[in-house]
Design a protein around this ligand. Structure first.
Ligand SMILES: [Zn+2]
Ligand SMILES: [Zn+2]
Length: 242
């Protein structure tokens, strides 16, 4: 009897999905529409410039006033509820297949970003979870994303170099200023690793979503202090600034 293998269901809307992308045609198109458009983002922090700033602006107001410590944030998409649902499937429902569409759009964005650049990334480090949260969730979504990104781009990945010192409250619960304060000294470089591992290195920090940029900035600060020469941030989605 010919067993028919049911097609996977779309990770976003649960309709039948394309087995290569794990999304249905409609959701694939919606992801495509929210993809990387280098011309409408702050060249530094990748926030969407469409809201408010005039044509031709390269930096957002915040990066002009106080630039972040990282050099560039490269995002695959702008955050919207569908993107949120896809990330949620990975983060809170443990659906590792969500890394497939996430990573394919990230890899495309990363390749586009560095195509015209002489920068070479030496090392990729995912944003660590605090050990309590890692135990609760069972995996770190940034690690899962980073593994596949590194495989696709043939880059070395380091998991245990950086640790999170505090189990911060979820970011929605605190304002921007409180969040920056919370994150001060939030990361430490593992004492088993010597600073020689980081000396002069250009590092890409991977996270699923960049919201305020405070986490990315705090981790950059720690890595620069430990000898790294430059950090870029690679994420699947960047939230618009309110
Ligand atoms: Zn769908
Ligand atoms: Zn900016």
């Amino acid at each position: 009897m010919g067993d028919t293998v049911a097609p996977p269901s779309c990770l976003i809307c649960e309709q039948s999905a394309d087995s290569a992308t794990r999304l249905c045609e409609n959701c694939n198109e919606l992801i495509r529409q929210s993809r990387y458009d280098i011309h409408s983002r702050c060249v530094r922090c990748a926030v969407d410039l469409n809201s408010g700033l005039g044509d031709g602006a390269l930096h957002c107001a915040q990066c002009i006033k106080q630039p972040p410590l990282f050099d560039h944030c490269v995002t695959a998409t702008s955050f919207n509820p569908l993107i949120g649902k896809l990330i949620n499937q990975l983060k809170h429902h443990g659906k590792l297949s969500a890394t497939i569409p996430i990573v394919s759009s990230m890899v495309e964005a990363i390749k586009t970003h560095y195509a015209a650049s002489t920068t070479r990334v030496d090392l990729v480090i995912p944003v660590p979870l605090h050990i309590n949260r890692l135990r609760h969730r069972g995996f770190n979504q940034a690690n899962e994303i980073a593994k596949l990104v590194c495989k696709a781009l043939n880059l070395p990945l380091t998991f245990n170099l950086c640790e999170r010192q505090f189990d911060n409250p979820p970011q929605q619960q605190s304002g921007l200023a409180a969040r920056h304060k919370n994150l001060r000294g939030a990361f430490i470089v593992n004492s088993n690793m010597t600073n020689a591992n980081l000396k002069g290195k250009t590092i890409a920090i991977i996270d699923d979503v960049v919201t305020t940029g405070a986490t990315a900035n705090a981790m950059t600060k720690t890595l620069l202090n430990a000898g790294a020469s430059r950090c870029d941030i690679w994420c699947f989605s960047r939230t618009p600034r309110k």
